[in-house]
Design a protein around this ligand. Structure first.
Ligand SMILES: C[S@@+](CC[C@H](N)C(=O)[O-])C[C@H]1O[C@@H](n2cnc3c(N)ncnc32)[C@H](O)[C@@H]1O
Length: 294
């Protein structure tokens, strides 16, 4: 388990911080991409800490499912694309990765640096995925990132370029399948929440935590949407992390939910082959693919 510094509070006595509405105009993909990156910079500064299941090798095992064993990271040169607070970096270190490269375009790069103090074999790149350098790497890992990029093709192509021949990419994406009801609900909510100031959204997320916990209990009795996600993830995380996870759903300006075929096309268009998909918790996709040897 990873122990990090004391949790920050974002409480404010300044009333204007609570009522200032963020401007959310229709945006071009490039502007939307930059806005979403800024959203994550703020988000990861607010929720800078991670502990327990959320940063354990167990969660990586759950992400990979039958696609790959966590022990296979030993000795590899790993690139973590969109490293956020850096929670996967320590996991790769624990698993004996040979080198770890963290690519993170937002202000969160500083959070990931301070969360990995003492880990010597990490190289940080404060760039977008399109501009990452170095390698060649054995594996590019990217959790929860690609679905927040309005035009992800060039990023996946760049991942292809920095991999060794025979190297693998593993990405985890929000899935569209089985999420119809949830999406109808969350899309309505997001019309308001992407415009809320941070403090007001944080307060709303704290209010939602017990409601999500109650829903999770109900899922034990009834076959409700996101049932597997509740028992295999929500029930295993603490309330601070759950607040962060809810905020993560409601704040970023751009989020896409991928159908299986869209995920396949994204990878194949970049040149990847030998695709394997895992429908994780029946609501999301872990995709593993290989750069051909020649
Ligand atoms: C939901 S967070 C996931 C962070 C981390 N992978 C994790 O699992 O905790 C998405 C991350 O993707 C990053 N991101 C957004 N656009 C990106 C891009 N074009 N290239 C690389 N990273 C990007 C964001 O800054 C953010 O840190």
């Amino acid at each position: 388990m990873i122990h990090l510094k004391k949790r920050k509070s974002i409480k404010s006595s300044n009333m204007s911080d609570w009522i200032k509405i963020k401007v959310a105009m229709p945006q071009m993909p490039d502007t939307l991409a930059k806005q979403t990156i800024r959203d994550f910079g703020r988000q990861h500064e607010i929720y800078s800490e991670s502990a327990g299941y959320y940063v354990s090798t167990d969660i990586l095992r759950d992400v990979l499912g039958p696609l790959m064993k966590i022990e296979d990271f030993k000795g590899l040169d790993v690139l973590d694309l969109g490293s956020g607070t850096g929670r996967w970096l320590r996991i790769f270190h624990e698993l004996g990765a040979n080198s770890i490269t963290a690519v993170e375009p937002s202000a969160a790069i500083e959070v990931s640096k301070s969360n990995t103090v003492g880990v010597k074999n990490i190289i940080f790149q404060n760039v977008t995925g399109e501009n990452m350098t170095g390698g060649p790497y054995d594996i590019v890992y990217s959790y929860g990132v690609i679905h927040h990029i309005p035009e992800p093709g060039p990023v996946i192509k760049r991942a292809y370029d920095v991999l060794k021949p025979g190297g693998r990419i593993v990405i985890w994406l929000y899935g569209r399948e089985n999420n119809g009801l949830y999406l109808a609900f969350v899309r309505l909510l997001r019309i308001i929440t992407i415009r809320l100031p941070d403090r007001a959204l944080d307060a709303l997320c704290r209010i939602l935590v017990p409601l999500v916990r109650a829903y999770s209990q109900l899922c034990k009795l009834l076959p409700l949407p996101l049932r597997d996600y509740m028992s295999q993830f929500v029930d295993k995380i603490d309330s601070y992390t759950l607040t962060h996870v809810i905020y993560d759903q409601l704040d970023p300006h751009f989020a896409k939910y991928y159908r299986r075929q869209e995920a396949v096309d994204l990878m194949e268009n970049a040149g990847f082959r030998n695709l394997h998909l895992f429908h994780r918790q029946n609501y999301s996709w872990t995709v593993m693919a290989t750069k051909p040897e020649s």
